[in-house]
Design a binder for this molecule. Structure first.
Ligand SMILES: Cc1ncc(COP(=O)(O)O)c(C=O)c1O
Length: 391
């Protein structure tokens, strides 16, 4: 069935104002997300915050069910958070590491994750090693296998790096983790919402996700998936009255399920908006979204690559909606500024965001143009023409 681009754009008010190729930063929300979020805020103002939450119980509950459905999980396996980083941190620091334990990760790991690894090396006496890439630039699964021993307690991988169009072979890595009984944490921040993700197919035990990127949810939203089979082994680093119960003057009981990772307070309007955003993505169909995102990105990459002085940097056997490039003798930040003047949004990824990877590739910074299904072929055309004019 043909993709209904007209409807996608009509239901995305931002498309009338900007050419938005910064979906890997924060995508344009749809009208239903906007309506639900604003309506909720209005109810808070009209009847009070707690009262609005009671009234909207079903809509708030729906966000858990929607997130669970999106990734093939159960409702009890979802904790809502305010970002992917907060989901990831809570998961990582709940793991029962002992000095000498090893963590295997990828070269293109996101800076927030790697900074935590470095902190955990100091704090907990564990070691963290980045597995080499294969000839396609993605994590080398054979090299991962070679690094395994009984001290490896976690495989922690970024599915789609922040500064590359590649998709790491998450399910192949999951197979290795399962074969060896090693916990597997997947940073799905950039992949969630642009491609189908199923935690059973991938075989991960923990997964972190954000709301504002490819899911098109409100800012300040995210979620953590924790497999029911392991949750009882995990004690969050910090607890509160919503994640545990104060059972006697000297005791507390941690809540069952993923709920142990949640705070009492959250931006409820944004939580409702996230649920609507996930339902909306499911309605379009993740397969259809993925196909369209890839087609647009592939077209954009191919056309940029023909321009003199433009270097496209994406690697990987499977490429996603993130398109990265540089222009000879031009600063990526200056390109971003020039594009902004034409009402075109892109972002710039700095070397420090994925330090191991971009340092190895000799790149200080790169332009990141990230497309979504509501972007049009005309926008790709206009983008390429604008870049051509800048050369
Ligand atoms: C791969 C990856 N992981 C994690 C994050 C952090 O996401 P958040 O800002 O929602 O915490 C980002 C943000 O760009 C990212 O690209």
């Amino acid at each position: 069935m043909a993709f209904d681009l007209q409807r996608a754009r009509l239901e995305t008010p931002g498309t009338a104002h900007v050419l938005h190729f910064n979906n890997a930063g924060s995508a344009l929300p749809s009208q239903p997300v906007l309506d639900a979020t604003i309506a909720y805020l209005q109810r808070e103002a009209q009847i009070g915050g707690y009262e609005a939450a009671t009234e909207a119980h079903e809509a708030l509950e729906n966000t858990y069910h929607a997130a669970a459905k999106l990734i093939g999980a159960q409702r009890s396996e979802i904790a809502l958070t305010e970002s992917a980083d907060s989901a990831w941190n809570r998961a990582f620091y709940s793991l029962p590491f002992k000095p000498g334990d090893r963590v295997l990760t990828s070269k293109a790991e996101y800076h927030s994750n790697y900074i935590i690894y470095l902190q955990a090396q100091k704090r907990l006496g564990i070691t963290v090693e980045a597995v080499s890439n294969d000839e396609h630039g993605q994590l080398d699964v054979a090299a991962l296998r070679q690094r395994l021993d009984e001290r490896v307690k976690l495989i922690s991988i970024t599915h789609v790096p922040t500064s590359d169009g590649l998709v790491n072979p998450a399910a192949e890595i999951g197979k290795v983790a399962r074969e060896h009984g090693i916990l597997y944490l997947l940073d799905a921040c950039q992949s969630i919402g642009q491609m189908p993700i199923n935690v059973e197919t991938i075989g991960c035990d923990l997964l972190s996700a954000t709301g504002r990127k490819y899911l098109r949810g409100p800012r300040g939203t995210g979620f953590l998936y924790i497999r029911n089979a392991i949750v009882d082994q995990l004690e969050p680093l910090t607890l509160g009255g919503f994640s545990a119960e104060w059972t006697s003057p000297t005791t507390y009981q941690i809540n069952a399920g993923a709920n142990r990772f949640e705070n009492f307070e959250s931006a409820k309007a944004a939580v409702v908006g996230l649920g609507v955003a996930i339902d909306y993505a499911i309605q379009w169909g993740l397969d259809a979204i993925w196909q369209r995102v890839r087609t647009l990105a592939c077209d954009l990459r191919a056309r940029l690559a023909t321009l003199p002085g433009v270097l496209v940097h994406d690697r990987g056997l499977i490429q996603c909606g993130i398109v990265t490039f540089t222009i000879e003798d031009r600063e990526p930040a200056a390109i971003q500024l020039l594009l902004k003047r034409q009402h075109i949004n892109v972002s710039v990824a700095l070397r420090t965001f994925t330090l191991l990877d971009l340092s190895e590739r000799g790149l200080e910074s790169i332009v990141r143009a990230s497309v979504h299904y509501y972007n049009s072929e005309e926008e790709v055309e206009r983008f390429v023409q604008t870049i051509e004019m800048l050369l």
